[in-house]
Design a protein around this ligand. Structure first.
Ligand code: WTA
Length: 639
């Protein structure tokens, strides 16, 4: 694909940034005309951040799968679109060319249709990282159904919450998934969830592990049987549904500062343009590149940079079922060599954990196919940044530190690989069209350089969220009310002397554990479900590998004969309610929590104690019972 909007020099970046700021409508129309539209737009951008309402390419008609699949068939039908690396290193990898992926997507699109799914219906996907997941995702997009992928590590309760919020008509799942030496059951978890989900009519089950599962008559169908039914109908060409630019493409649930995750909504045209533009520019994609994004499709990174960005650009994308440390810590490097990966995109957590194994797992690996490295999901420390560039990139490959969020759809702040300067621990500069603003607690803009504040974005960009599913007011409250007229990211940020941005972490009650967003309130809700827990408070604590760990203070009712057993039971409760990713790293049983006279928990103090600061805890005179602090400090659990 000819990509005239690829930025190739620093000057071109400055020029693109200026042009997009000066006249966004002209700039984005000029990018958008390189896509396949059934009908072009009446207006490029209409917006206000009060309602908020944002419309890009209003009036245009398209289908994103025609842009990710059909339009590549003539030029690169036999090029690999998807390379699947299975969990077991002894099993052969699977390659799906653009033509094959196109075919398989249409087959499954027909399966969805045969089961009554229509444009606008919601479909939840709870699967492992196997090719059938992107096939099902794209099949939804093909027929205009709204996909909502639920990360395969979430609990039955988390599935039920998401399915019910979205009122999903159909669920796609597997018998189980494979993660290193472990087999993770999926269908039994779905069964448990769906007991409380009346909207679900059908469940399509892909047999992957071969473990026996129960199949409910009238509801559950085997993927293979359904495909056979489609094949019996003849060669399926499922015409792509004509979608409005602003029709919903997907919902992805993400944690915020309240207990209930919210369904971030992305729409068809803006998201497509944004993921494509940022993929091509941040990673400096070149035809023939093999792009390996290690993120799970259950998170936004997998949506935007394993699927939609690379496929819309006609790239070859690698999908890995397993984990980086199995069967040994050289697994990712094996994959890079075997598939001649040129762009590797992963999380700081993975880098830090692999660093811990030393250089032995890298010995004997070539890694010469690599050209660009990327990181995402959390702040990266200097050591990890250097190690990645030196030992994986061989000192040749630029490292892009891409900052963005589920809500932003794609990268907002990042260096462009080899084109704009990189700086360790800095996401550096905004993408064209992105107007970052630092504000103080009062909402005043902090101008100039060498300053820090809360990060907001002043203008709309095509990939931004449009609403939170079923609750637009929540979207307004969460993102557009703290600083009127701006989108508030929830992140703290500094701008250095050169105007480069460095994200310092969340300033709200959201934790970032191994690059996964988890709300403290969500974990507290889960803790409080344990029969013995009276009250709890959760704070983040620095963690060498995960970035942040979860520290829970729990007021426990009843006798404490075996504190370890109680802690294990409480942790198991969190796992069951949310999923293992939310399990606290430390649970401290306490008699009381430090509270103000008005009953507010003093998290600032709890955070400092968890961090190991047990002496200078600041002003405690406003506390209802200052003695509580000493007890809590004395019982601190080091992690
Ligand atoms: C954090 C992931 C520092 C940030 C794409 C943000 C980062 C949250 C970076 C979004 C980065 C993401 N440097 N922090 N390069 N990238 N974050 O929604 O706190 O899972 O708000 O999206 O991750 O997490 P989410």
């Amino acid at each position: 694909m000819d990509v005239p909007y690829q930025i190739r020099t620093h000057d071109q970046y400055l020029e693109a940034y200026r042009a997009a700021a000066e006249d966004p409508e002209v700039f984005w129309a000029d990018v958008a005309r390189h896509f396949r539209w059934r009908r072009t737009w009446d207006s490029v951008l209409e917006w206000n951040f009060t309602d908020p309402q944002v419309r890009w390419f209003h009036g245009a008609k398209l289908n994103i799968t025609e842009n990710c699949l059909d339009r590549h068939l003539d030029a690169r039908g036999s090029q690999p679109a998807l390379i699947f690396e299975p969990n077991d290193p002894g099993s052969p990898s699977q390659i799906l060319t653009y033509r094959e992926l196109h075919f398989r997507v249409m087959q499954f699109a027909q399966v969805l249709k045969n089961n009554g799914v229509q444009k606008g219906d919601r479909v939840c996907l709870y699967m492992g990282m196997i090719p059938e997941l992107p096939i099902a995702v794209l099949a939804c997009a093909r027929i205009g159904a709204v996909h909502s992928v639920i990360f395969g590590g979430f609990s039955a309760q988390s599935i039920a919450d998401r399915v019910n919020d979205a009122q999903a008509a159909l669920v796609v799942t597997c018998d189980g998934s494979l993660r290193g030496a472990k087999e993770v059951p999926l269908k039994p978890v779905v069964d448990e969830a769906l007991g409380a989900c009346p909207s679900v009519q059908k469940v399509v089950v892909y047999a992957h592990t071969g473990t026996p599962v129960s199949m409910k008559k009238g509801r559950d169908l085997w993927w293979a049987d359904e495909i056979e039914r489609v094949n019996a109908m003849g060669n399926p060409f499922v015409e792509a549904e004509e979608m409005d630019a602003e029709d919903m493409l997907f919902i992805l649930y993400t944690s915020g500062s309240t207990g209930k995750p919210k369904g971030v909504v992305h729409t068809c045209a803006g998201y497509m343009v944004w993921t494509n533009y940022t993929f091509i520019n941040a990673f400096q994609y070149r035809p023939g590149d093999v792009h390996f994004c290690t993120a799970d499709i259950g998170w936004i990174t997998g949506h935007s940079y394993l699927l939609y960005g690379p496929l819309s650009a006609g790239a070859t994308t690698v999908m890995f079922e397993g984990i980086p440390t199995w069967p040994d810590a050289g697994r990712l490097w094996d994959i890079v060599d075997r598939h001649r990966v040129s762009i590797l995109y992963t999380a700081p957590t993975a880098i830090r954990s692999l660093m811990g194994f030393g250089l032995e797992p890298i010995a004997g690996k070539s890694l010469t196919s690599l050209r660009v490295l990327g990181t995402v999901g959390e702040p990266i420390n200097v050591e990890a940044w250097n190690w990645y560039g030196t030992h994986i990139g061989g000192g040749r490959c630029p490292v892009v530190d891409t900052w963005w969020q589920t809500e932003t759809g794609g990268v907002l702040i990042s260096n462009l690989a080899g084109v704009t300067p990189a700086k360790a621990t800095f996401a550096t500069l905004p993408m064209p069209g992105v107007d970052p603003v630092l504000v103080d607690e009062q909402g005043e803009e902090i101008a100039g350089n060498d300053v820090s504040g809360n990060l907001c974005i002043r203008k709309p960009w095509p990939g931004m969220l449009r609403t939170t599913y079923g609750d637009h007011e929540r979207c307004r409250q969460t993102y557009f009310s703290a600083y009127p007229g701006m989108y508030f990211t929830g992140d703290g940020c500094l701008r250095d002397r050169d105007g480069h941005y460095r994200i310092t972490g969340r300033v709200d009650d959201v934790l970032n554990v191994s690059g996964h967003r988890i709300g403290t309130a969500e974990v507290e809700n889960a803790l409080n479900m344990h029969a013995g827990v009276v009250e709890s408070a959760v704070v983040g604590v620095p963690h060498g590998i995960k970035g942040q760990g979860i520290y829970a203070y729990v007021v426990y009712r009843g006798g404490i004969d075996d504190a370890n057993q109680i802690r294990r039971d409480i942790a198991a409760t969190v796992s069951r309610v949310i999923g293992p990713i939310a399990k606290p790293d430390a649970i401290q049983l306490v008699n009381g929590l430090p509270k103000t006279r008005s009953g507010k928990i003093m998290r600032r103090i709890l955070r400092r104690i968890a961090e190991g600061e047990t002496a200078n805890l600041g002003d405690t005179t406003t506390l209802l019972d200052p003695g509580v602090v000493d007890e809590v400090a004395a019982g601190r659990i080091p992690i």
